[in-house]
Design a protein around this ligand. Structure first.
Ligand code: GDP
Ligand code: MN
Length: 382
């Protein structure tokens, strides 16, 4: 789960990472009230989960109430790279002497944590990596050994942070690592981490991705998820308890088991198509679950055909087929659907499906054939 900047900053604050005082606001009136309380100058920041808000005009400094109101009116409702701004974060503006970069991520390949620090902050790190890779100091951390103050000091030095920022940055790095590990994050990024003219170091931006697999030990994340940015399909799927990931193709995919769902997406790609989603209906392919899955998939206007790929195991073929038949009566399917049924009692299942087979529902014998047919029926110009 990705957090908004304001949530990330609140997460940081729990671990003692210095951030500017501020508050969330939904309307220009709230922005002005908050700004009055914080004291000017303030900065009004669009809360969308996309980088480069500054360049897009989503971050503005205000010296007085009139300016704060004008910026709030311009930013709330604004579209930033396809993300509509619903709320802003208002914080007391900082004076900036220097902008740095700091992050911790997982390096799955190396099975280690990866720390990155750079004296070139405030611009996108991908850009720095491309133009001047030596400007990023990197350190792999063994998760069992942890991150020592000595390692933090060396990293800050190696990155070439200014002398007066080093102690503060070392302290922030150690706290940020605790936030990353104890906070169960997959990513914590501060860009920029700033040095103020009076020698303080603090986080001006926050990007945090929480590890959803750790949600069971963080009941407090529920609250964060309430405002998380999900597309409508993901929201519906979550409500229905389905494992769903939205993609940007046009073949809707339904399979039982995550492995099979992934392979199905791969095969769709192999035959020149593009999956619209990944949807794992899990073990029980009941009519209820199948109808829910079809409902989520057909709510996506990009879906031009549906590919149902079920390998019967504990779930038997005839149950799946009955589920599909019942679901078809419940959900209005306007795009062609291809079903590949294999495994336990597949033959019986196919017989049941043959009673509803027609223009809209086609049965296929193999996964490859099913994918080809689904892509063909989608009729998308490539
Ligand atoms: P991003 O563009 O989405 O990464 O948003 P950031 O929060 O990183 O802000 C972008 C830029 O706005 C920063 O790099 C700063 O240069 C500037 N900025 C943000 N907050 C302040 C502030 O409090 N004071 C000043 N002077 N500039 C700020
Ligand atoms: Mn930033």
């Amino acid at each position: 789960m990705d957090l908004f900047e304001y949530q990330g900053k609140q997460y940081f604050a729990r671990y003692g990472i210095p951030v500017s005082p501020g508050d969330v606001a939904l309307t220009p009136d709230e922005v002005v009230a908050t700004a009055d309380r914080l004291g000017y100058p303030v900065v009004v920041k669009a809360q969308v989960q996309v980088g480069g808000r500054g360049k897009a005009g989503g971050i503005k400094l205000a010296g007085d109430a009139a300016q704060a109101r004008a910026h709030a009116e311009a930013i709330i409702g604004m579209d930033i790279k396809g993300h509509k701004v619903k709320r802003v974060w208002v914080e007391h503006a900082s004076d900036i002497a220097r902008e740095y970069y700091a992050s911790f991520t997982l390096d799955r390949g190396a099975k280690k944590h990866l720390a990155m620090v750079s004296a070139k902050g405030g611009v996108e790190i991908e850009q720095v990596a491309e133009e001047d890779p030596s400007a990023i100091a990197r350190l792999h951390i063994d998760p069992f050994e942890g991150f020592s103050p000595e390692q933090a000091r060396r990293l800050v030095e190696e990155a070439g942070l200014d002398e007066e920022a080093r102690a503060g940055a070392t302290d922030v790095l150690l706290k940020l690592y605790r936030c990353f590990v104890e906070g169960d994050a997959d990513l914590v990024e501060v860009n920029p981490l700033v040095l103020t003219p009076d020698g303080r170091v603090h986080a001006l931006d926050a990007k945090v991705t929480l590890d959803d697999n750790a949600a069971f030990r963080h009941p407090e994340w529920e609250e964060l998820a309430g405002v998380a940015e999900m597309d409508d399909r993901e929201r519906l799927a979550r409500k229905l308890g389905l494992q769903y990931v939205g993609l940007d193709g046009y073949v809707g995919v339904i399979a039982n088991g995550a492995g099979l769902a992934m392979s199905t997406c791969d095969v769709v790609n192999q035959v020149g198509g593009s999956p619209a989603n990944f949807l794992d209906i899990g073990g029980g392919a009941s009519a209820e679950v199948m109808a829910n899955a079809l409902e989520v998939i057909t709510s996506d206007p990009n879906v031009r055909s549906i590919l149902v790929n079920i390998f019967g195991g504990i779930t038997r073929g005839e149950e799946v087929a009955n589920g599909i038949v019942t679901a078809l009566a419940r959900v209005d399917i306007t795009v062609p659907m291809v079903v590949r049924l294999d495994g336990t009692n597949a033959e019986q299942g196919r017989q049941i499906l043959s009673t509803v087979e027609g223009e809209k529902l086609v049965s296929a014998a193999s996964m490859m054939e099913a994918a080809r047919t689904a892509v063909e029926l989608a009729g998308v110009q490539r």
